[in-house]
Design a binder for this molecule. Structure first.
Ligand code: 15L
Length: 277
């Protein structure tokens, strides 16, 4: 069976193009830009907007000789704060059209790329506290975070009304390597991303789950790994091992809220820009 990855040319999509095929999945792709020929797993790629039903139909429909799509990994969208018109088109309309296309084509399993910014205004635990659970209630820190809350709510709706199985991954900082002190806690390595997505694609008893998308990050992690484990995957990587020099960098202690810099005034609606409203 095949998996459709939306946003396949992006940062996270590229990590999966290079790794998910090794787990036995045939892959198909959708992105607004051409998927680069960069050594990722082969797969038919449709160039088009995720909010365009015709392009989605093209991506979902199996051509002669292709496996039927059995699940979607939905990554496409605006990946950070932006004016509302941009967020709305990509993350509200786009996510709705993606779920509708899945329904039209009889695909019932979706792995949705949510974000820690869906709960970004939640205080991070102090060093002595326990980890934040997987099912924290929404506390978005930006319009981008609001759009991720919308995606999670939409997912829940398709689960209850149409019998979908959806895992919403509240991804931390998914990069090849951690880049700043905060990521000692929030980093999600490409290998752990792949294990988590593979688990979410296979989990037999999945109906609906929100789970943190984070590596093990022993000694630094703020977030529970219970949800990840329930999907059958045990995260292994540790940001402090990958970039030991970050331990000396200031920053982690000043992150009193989950969303870090996204919670600051710089990310307010007026500051990000009123164009497009
Ligand atoms: C996200 O949701 C963004 O897509 C990513 O670019 C990072 O900013 C990340 O969160 C993070 O919190 O580090």
């Amino acid at each position: 069976m095949a998996v459709l990855i939306t946003g396949a040319a992006g940062r996270v999509g590229s990590m999966l193009r290079h790794r998910l095929g090794d787990r036995g999945w045939a892959l198909r792709y959708l992105d607004r830009v051409a998927v680069p020929d960069d050594g990722g797993a082969p797969g038919r790629a449709v160039v088009g907007d995720v909010a365009d039903p015709a392009r989605l139909d093209e991506a979902f429909r199996a051509a002669d000789g292709e496996d039927a799509i059995s699940a979607v990994v939905h990554l496409a969208g605006q990946p950070t704060e932006a004016p509302w018109a941009v967020v709305r088109a990509a993350n509200i309309d786009g996510t709705f059209e993606l779920f509708e296309a899945a329904r039209r084509h009889g695909v019932r399993r979706v792995v949705f790329a949510s974000s820690n910014h869906a709960v970004g205004f939640t205080p991070r635990p102090g060093d002595e506290d326990t980890e934040l659970p997987d099912d924290l209630p929404p506390r978005p820190d930006t319009l981008y975070g609001v759009s991720k809350v919308f995606g999670e709510a939409l997912a829940r709706y398709y689960v209850d009304r149409y019998g979908f199985s959806v895992a919403c991954l509240r991804i931390g900082s998914c990069r090849e390597a951690p880049e700043q002190a905060r990521e000692l806690a929030t980093w999600l390595s490409p290998a752990d991303l792949t294990g988590l997505v593979d688990g979410a694609l296979r989990a037999a008893d999945l109906t609906f789950a929100t789970v943190w998308g984070v590596s093990a990050n022993d000694g630094y992690r703020w977030w529970s790994l219970d949800g990840t484990r329930a999907l059958g995957y045990r995260a292994v990587d540790r940001a402090a091992d990958r970039r030991p020099e970050l331990v000396a960098e200031p920053g982690l202690a000043s992150d009193s809220l989950v969303g870090g810099v996204f919670t600051t005034d710089r990310f307010g609606i007026d500051e990000v820009g009123a164009q497009g409203r």
